[in-house]
Design a protein around this ligand. Sequence first.
Ligand code: IPM
Ligand code: MG
Length: 361
Amino acid sequence: MLLKLTILPGDGIGPEVTEQAVFVLQAIADAFGHRLQLQQKNIGGAALAAVEDPLPADTIQACLSSSAVLLGAVGSPAFDHYPNHLRPEAGLLRLRRELGAYANLRPAICFPALEDCSPLRADLVRGTDIMIVRELLGGLYFGEPRSISGSAGSRVATNTMTYGEQAIARIARIAFDLAAKRRNKVLSVDKANVLECSRLWREVVIRCAKDYPGVQLSHMYVDSAAMSLVQRPKDFDVVLTENMFGDILSDQAGGVVGSLGLLASASIGGPVGLYEPVHGSAPDIAGKGIANPLGAILSAALLLRHSFQLEREAACIENAVSSVLNQGARTTDLARAGQTPVSASAMGRNVVEAVKKSVGK
Ligand code: IPM
Ligand code: MG
């Protein structure tokens, strides 16, 4: 199969982790007889520095003409003082919208070898396997009006949370379909005791659930869900939630399973899927070669699964990651006292070797 991808390394640790993910994709292509066709483009701060636009037109063009997009990270303190539409993050948000990627899947899995990396007791976190389904094109991120207005000392800032029934129904169906292939549980997270958006959300989700009699639906307010996530993470199966709540709960889930550096994501629903680690650009460790590339590598697995239906190849990457962790390889974020951390590139090489070994090449 021809795997035509656009690679967007982006900012901070983005280029380091994306490089390792591409090595792993190449190893998979070699092992399973696929052809990798890559083009690399700028996004975020890297694009701002080059052409003063966080999402240049040729980047969008390249993404729309490929079969899937692999992104590293965007965000850089150098652009903190820029107006909203000229921040690196604005490029990522526009890309998600251009790609119609309304469904953001963020698996949070506790690898058996990493039970003791969680700040929670091993017996609490053992067996955790959560799929966060975050609505990605609505809510506060995109709602209009938005502004800061008025004069110094009396300025007022406005953001708007808006959700329509169709936007809620389409993300709900993604969550129910996923649950039907997992443990048949959907937890819808909202703030229906306070927000109209959440009341409509709950009503529409309940209506959609009627088409999935085999899936058990429950509801929680976001504050209480945040608490339960640390008290009993293994009770969660699919978590369905709106954009901002999903952003917050997915970082929390990363912490629960040991490191945000492990979390991968798939943003799907439109013609071209976008795959990116959840961790962000981590400017404090950028360029040191110590970032954890596993979030990016596992995002490449999601890319093979969701954009190409290459389930065996995706599982091969996930098993390779499991096995290098079983062998004791730990990047700085995962290393415990007495363990010598490995670099990002050593971790990537380990995964490549494990892929080759598992297919006998
Ligand atoms: C994420 C990130 C982004 C988001 C930022 C970088 C815009 O935090 O993917 O979780 O808030 O969606
Ligand atoms: Mg986030």
